[in-house]
Design a protein around this ligand. Structure first.
Ligand SMILES: C[S@@+](CC[C@H](N)C(=O)[O-])C[C@H]1O[C@@H](n2cnc3c(N)ncnc32)[C@H](O)[C@@H]1O
Length: 220
């Protein structure tokens, strides 16, 4: 089934899945029209997107395609720049879905788009090491989970590009999502902005040392 879903635009996979999980996927035309509402952000390489019920990735792949167009237009002449910016694009897109097969397919689709873009632009295929780095990043960002009742189990990784290195910090979705709780949580520092309003800066639950992008895949 996976290949069929990769090749064709399928909005309903089965009546059972619609009944049990409300799974009706969005057609490409609607996805593109919706992304046009946030056109600049969707084309910015490092703008962060989260799809909390991502299905098999219709929005995720469309956002990736937009970001990669920007990567191609600016960074195609130097391989290291192209690679690191491609990782920046991939690492800024997040998805959650209840169904494991959707998550696997979303990751597979995103990886294929990135590999095809790499090959068409640099005229060589990404080596195995770079493919596993992309996979490593995608597996951290595209997660099986329950974004309504299971957010305490969801850990997001924030990737920040510094030169050719990535800073990697992990945050709990429940902390990011529940501002009311945040106010009473010692993990969060309460600050005031210049209008005197409270602002909350989430604290990572885990931080990693700055890592050269080509060393990311070997970490775990
Ligand atoms: C209407 S489909 C939309 C999928 C995708 N956003 C799209 O537009 O193509 C809803 C998706 O939400 C997922 N889902 C339902 N309840 C969920 C929950 N509590 N947490 C995460 N995903 C959920 C289903 O598995 C299904 O893939």
């Amino acid at each position: 089934m996976a290949q069929a879903v990769l090749d064709k635009e399928i909005q309903v996979k089965s009546v059972d899945r619609v009944r049990d999980h409300g799974e009706v996927l969005t057609a490409k035309r609607e996805v593109e029209a919706m992304l046009d509402l946030v056109k600049n952000e969707s084309e910015r390489i490092d703008s962060r997107f989260l799809e909390p019920a991502c299905g098999d990735g219709n929005f995720l792949v469309a956002i990736l395609e937009r970001k990669l167009k920007t990567v191609i237009s600016r960074y195609k002449s130097k391989k290291a720049d192209f690679e690191v910016q491609m990782l920046s694009a991939l690492s800024s897109i997040y998805g959650i879905d209840l169904l494991e097969d959707n998550i696997e397919l979303a990751i597979q689709r995103m990886l294929e788009i990135a590999c095809t873009c790499y090959k068409n632009t640099l005229k060589i295929s990404p080596d195995n090491e770079f493919q596993s780095i992309m996979q490593f990043v995608l597996k951290k960002n595209i997660l099986q989970g329950d974004s309504l009742n299971g957010i305490d189990k969801i850990i997001f990784t924030q990737w920040t590009l510094v030169g050719y290195q990535f800073k990697r910090e992990e945050f709990s979705f429940s902390q990011l999502n529940q501002q009311a709780e945040i106010m009473n949580t010692p993990l969060f520092a309460s600050l005031t902005n210049d209008k005197g309003e409270d602002v909350f800066i989430p604290q990572p639950i885990k931080e990693y040392p700055l890592t050269y992008y080509r060393n990311l895949g070997g970490l775990e």
